[in-house]
Write a protein that binds this ligand. Structure first.
Ligand code: A3P
Length: 292
């Protein structure tokens, strides 16, 4: 276990780590612009994938050198991140020279800086089913020394159900954002599983939300460029430039599949998870696919 790993803290009722709360005041005072595009996700929902798609859509033709030379976390800054030795996400977002500015957050909806709502910014929320999110998060915490130590699989499994994760409870996160969508019309809620099943159709829906009408050729370029295998070998997208990640333990671009939970959950764990899930999601109209 790495001694630099942070502890989980309770922050305004949400489990967090200090790397995402240390810059709280500055982040809360972030001045969004009306054309900013915020991508919000619970960790491991495919944030990098959507970030990559957005970057290709907006800048793939006008600034191809971006894709070749800038890591994805510089093209699409992580708003709340604040770690020693790197610029804060808030500063990176402030300094983005582009229009629109593409910004990412893992905040639960109640933590989003108010200027995004005031400016009526377009927001994309990407959700992924709980079981695959759990598995992906487990491997991510193993390989990323800036995450709390995940412990054994069965410990992490229960911690996930209890919401003892950085960025809190998956259940609260997906539901909180889903409720927001009912009143905030500039929120596009999409699912990882749909993106896997039919990337072209999801891209069409995304473009319609964004008010973009790329040519068929341009759309092909984006869907092909953002395929898992392409992104996995792209050093500007696969996080191989980040020292705190140990790819010998697990690569960032790990499997990119729906249903990998089946190789991790025991039959008993699956039953326990399903029983608990039904209780936690009983009032929700959200429907997830755990296999396709
Ligand atoms: P797995 O660990 O299940 O492979 P995030 O970017 O939010 O951290 O999410 C990372 C997850 O998205 C990882 O899931 C990663 O492999 C997957 N992912 C990234 N790019 C993808 C792509 N182009 N297609 C499918 N999955 C992708």
């Amino acid at each position: 276990m790495d001694s630099l790993r942070p502890e989980i803290i309770d922050f305004h009722g949400v489990s967090m780590s200090h790397y995402f709360t240390d810059n709280w005041e500055n982040v809360q005072n972030f001045q969004a612009r009306p054309d900013d595009i915020l991508t919000a996700t619970y960790p491991k929902a495919g944030t990098t994938w959507v970030s990559y798609i957005l970057d290709l859509l907006y800048f793939g033709q006008t600034a191809p050198e971006r894709q070749a030379t800038m890591p994805i976390y510089e093209r699409v800054p992580f708003l709340e991140i604040c770690r020693p030795g790197i610029d804060s996400g808030k500063d990176r977002a402030d300094e983005l020279p582009t229009s629109p500015r593409l910004i990412k957050t893992h905040f639960p909806v109640q933590f989003v800086p108010k200027s995004f709502w005031e400016q009526n910014c377009r927001i994309i929320y990407l959700a992924r089913n709980a079981k695959d999110s759990l598995v992906s998060y487990y491997h991510f915490c193993r390989m990323n020394s800036s995450q709390p130590w995940p412990g054994e699989w069965s410990t992490f499994f229960h911690d996930f159900m209890e919401g003892k994760m950085v960025f809190g409870s998956w259940y609260d996160h997906v539901n909180g954002w889903w409720e927001k969508k009912q009143t905030y019309s500039n929120l596009h809620y999409m699912f990882y599983e749909d993106l896997i099943k039919d990337t072209g159709r999801e891209l069409d829906k995304l473009c319609s939300f964004l008010g973009l009408s790329p040519s068929a050729e341009e759309k092909d370029r984006v869907t092909n460029g953002a395929q898992f295998d392409n992104m996995k070998k792209d050093n500007m997208a696969n996080y191989s430039t980040v020292r705190i990640m140990d790819f010998k333990i697990s690569p960032f671009m790990r499997k990119g599949k729906v249903g990998d939970w089946k190789t991790h959950f025991t039959v008993a764990q699956n039953e326990e998870f399903d029983d608990d899930y039904k209780k936690k999601m009983k009032d929700s109209t959200l429907q997830f696919q755990t296999e396709i």
